[in-house]
Design a binder for this molecule. Structure first.
Ligand SMILES: [Ca+2]
Length: 309
């Protein structure tokens, strides 16, 4: 089996995104990597994920045909239940801006609005000039889903350059999980079956009283034998190849965190390296590519202008 590995050496990296200095609520912003966005409709390739990609120059747009009518909505799945108190909204322009809107926070996983309950906010936005982040604050409300619904717009359909959600998680969260080689602590590759588990978790409204690591993404039952009081720190891999495990935390009210997966490649075979090439060379970057005869994780040692490796 041949595997192609690519490592890009980035000597110069320069990516900067706009960031808001607008006033906002006290609660922390929920990491966008934990959020999944869907919408009632999509126009072209302006997918709902573009409203949470962290880039203020990409936008989501509803619509997609003359038969599409308001209201339209953007639904944010926060991955677990949060006490939500703020929605930040960056319009596309002063005219491509939501006008009359409602916000729902709900635990309903249905897209049927009759299951969302009563909106926590119904209001009218003033088209901001200049365009800037608008923070809509409201009474802290518990729910896994936030739905931003547009009844009317200053022009066209519902659009958003970016949105942000602020709140505190109600249940526990596993914030970090890695499977590490025992000797090197490498989180991606090991040549030994016995590995180290590293778990970090945050309590929500109740203290964490148990942790579990499982071999499937299905949440363990509250009385599963996998729950132990201290975070597991060791594991024995059953077979060579890539293994994925899932870490969980459970609080004193039996609320279980969302799954936090981690993977590691276990191989005792020394890979044979061939076809080493450099390509895409610029003043600041070059991609080094090679083949291995077995799955492998690679590193590149290099020197610049005859300096040290
Ligand atoms: Ca965006």
């Amino acid at each position: 089996m041949r595997r192609r590995s690519v490592i890009a050496l980035c000597v110069i990296v320069g990516i900067a995104f706009w960031c808001s200095t607008a006033a906002r609520g006290e609660s922390p912003e929920i990491l966008k990597a934990l959020i999944t966005a869907t919408s009632s409709s999509v126009q072209g390739a302006w997918f709902p994920a573009r409203a949470i990609d962290g880039n203020p120059y990409t936008h989501f747009k509803a619509g997609g045909g003359s038969s599409v009518a308001n209201p339209q909505w953007l639904r944010l799945d926060l991955g677990t239940q949060y006490l939500v108190d703020t929605l930040g909204y960056l319009p596309r322009s002063t005219t491509a801006c939501i006008k009359d809107y409602a916000i729902y926070v709900t635990n309903s996983d249905s897209t049927d609005r009759t299951t969302w309950g009563t909106p926590i906010v119904t209001d009218t936005l003033t088209g901001p000039s200049p365009v800037a982040r608008v923070n809509i604050t409201f009474t802290p409300t518990a729910g896994r889903y936030l739905i931003f619904e547009s009844y009317s717009n200053y022009s066209d359909y519902m659009q958003a350059m970016e949105v942000w959600v602020q709140g505190t998680h109600v249940g526990p969260l596993v914030t970090a999980f890695t499977i590490n080689d025992t000797s090197t602590m490498d989180p991606s590759f090991t040549n030994a079956a016995d590995v180290v588990l590293t778990i970090a978790a945050e309590a929500g409204q109740n203290p964490i009283d148990a942790y579990a690591v499982t071999t499937t993404s299905t949440p363990p039952a509250v009385d599963d034998a996998a729950w132990i009081t201290a975070a597991p720190n060791a594991w024995t891999l059953e077979a060579e190849g890539t293994t994925t495990l899932w870490a969980w935390a459970k609080d004193s009210a039996n609320v279980i965190s969302p799954a936090k997966p981690a993977s590691i490649l276990y191989s005792t075979a020394a890979p044979a390296v061939s076809n080493v090439i450099a390509r895409g060379t610029t003043d600041g970057t070059v991609a080094i590519c090679w083949d291995t005869d077995v799955p492998a994780v690679g590193i590149v040692n290099y020197s610049v202008n005859g300096g040290g490796w």
